[in-house]
Ligand binder design. Structure first.
Ligand code: NAD
Length: 249
């Protein structure tokens, strides 16, 4: 098993779903982990829960520095905080479009700006961004969300090029539909949540949703020593949705 003893990590959006699963996974492998979230109330010990809003520069910079101070440095940043949006290019106000970009894209910029000075001091520095198959799949009714995740994928590759000489690896994971509180909230808003879940499962190549733990394990791989020669890559954890060229309906 990979040993993360001595490694120090922050996970944005670490209060729920994929972020909390990732923080838990990294801690189980021996890392010290801080979860930066709008609401860190549910973050269990030994994880360090810190209140942070990635759409606010002061807030996220303060939390990144707080984690670095508590741990004596930083090695791993998981830029995972994200919000969704449904609809076509004709839907949503410009404020709604800006809000999604503020969190999903500029949130990564703010967190990375705050963290890079610490990462440059590390001999095992890695950034992993949580992107989505929406980045390249051409999903219907997801124009804003897809555009934001397309930007996350491009940003990942550009950051990998910019910081390879600093010894900072940068990669992203592209989950398919993952069973997290986010997706459960969407299902619960349906008239018949059980029927909606069954239909969603039936649309997946493997007949089931991706689990948060599966995405967490992929993030941990990219963040850890076994991926020491890996930067600028996109790892799909999507039950085959992209590779098999199937389209969700
Ligand atoms: P989730 O809603 O369960 O968790 C997201 C967490 O992010 C929450 O704890 C929330 O408080 C936090 N957050 C939101 N805005 C924030 C902000 N401005 N600052 C700090 N924290 C903030 O969602 P999830 O399903 O675990 O999604 C996590 C990431 O995975 C997102 O980037 C999402 O786009 C991506 N993703 C999810 C799926 C899926 O099907 N669940 C698929 C592909 C990609």
């Amino acid at each position: 098993m990979t040993d993360f003893t001595g490694l120090r990590a922050i996970v944005t959006g670490g209060g729920s779903g994929i972020g909390l699963a990732t923080a838990t996974h990294l801690a189980a492998l021996g890392a010290q982990v801080a979860c930066l979230d709008l609401d860190p109330a549910g973050v269990p010990v030994p994880l360090l829960g810190l209140t942070a809003d990635v759409s606010d520069e002061d807030s996220v910079t303060r939390a990144v520095n707080q984690a670095a101070e508590a741990f004596g440095g930083l090695d791993i940043v998981v830029n995972n905080a994200g919000i969704g949006a449904q609809g076509t290019v004709e839907d949503g106000t410009y404020d709604e479009w800006r809000k999604v970009f503020e969190v999903n894209v500029l949130g990564i910029v703010r967190t990375s700006r705050a963290a890079l000075p610490h990462l440059r001091e590390s001999s095992a520095a890695a950034i992993v961004n949580t992107c989505s198959i929406a980045a390249t799949a051409g999903l219907p009714q997801r124009a804003l969300y897809s555009a934001s995740k397309g930007a996350v994928q491009s940003l990942t590759l550009a950051m990998a090029a910019d910081h390879v000489a600093d010894g900072v690896r940068v990669n992203c994971v592209n989950p398919g539909t993952a069973d997290t509180p986010w997706v459960r909230r969407l299902l619960d808003s349906a008239e018949d949540p059980a029927a909606e879940l069954a239909a969603l499962n039936a649309r997946q190549p493997m007949g089931r949703l991706v689990t948060a733990d599966e995405v967490a394990a992929a993030i941990a791989y990219l963040a850890g020593p076994h991926a020491a020669s890996t930067t600028g890559t996109v790892l799909a954890v999507d039950g085959g949705m992209q590779g098999l060229r199937l389209r969700p309906r």
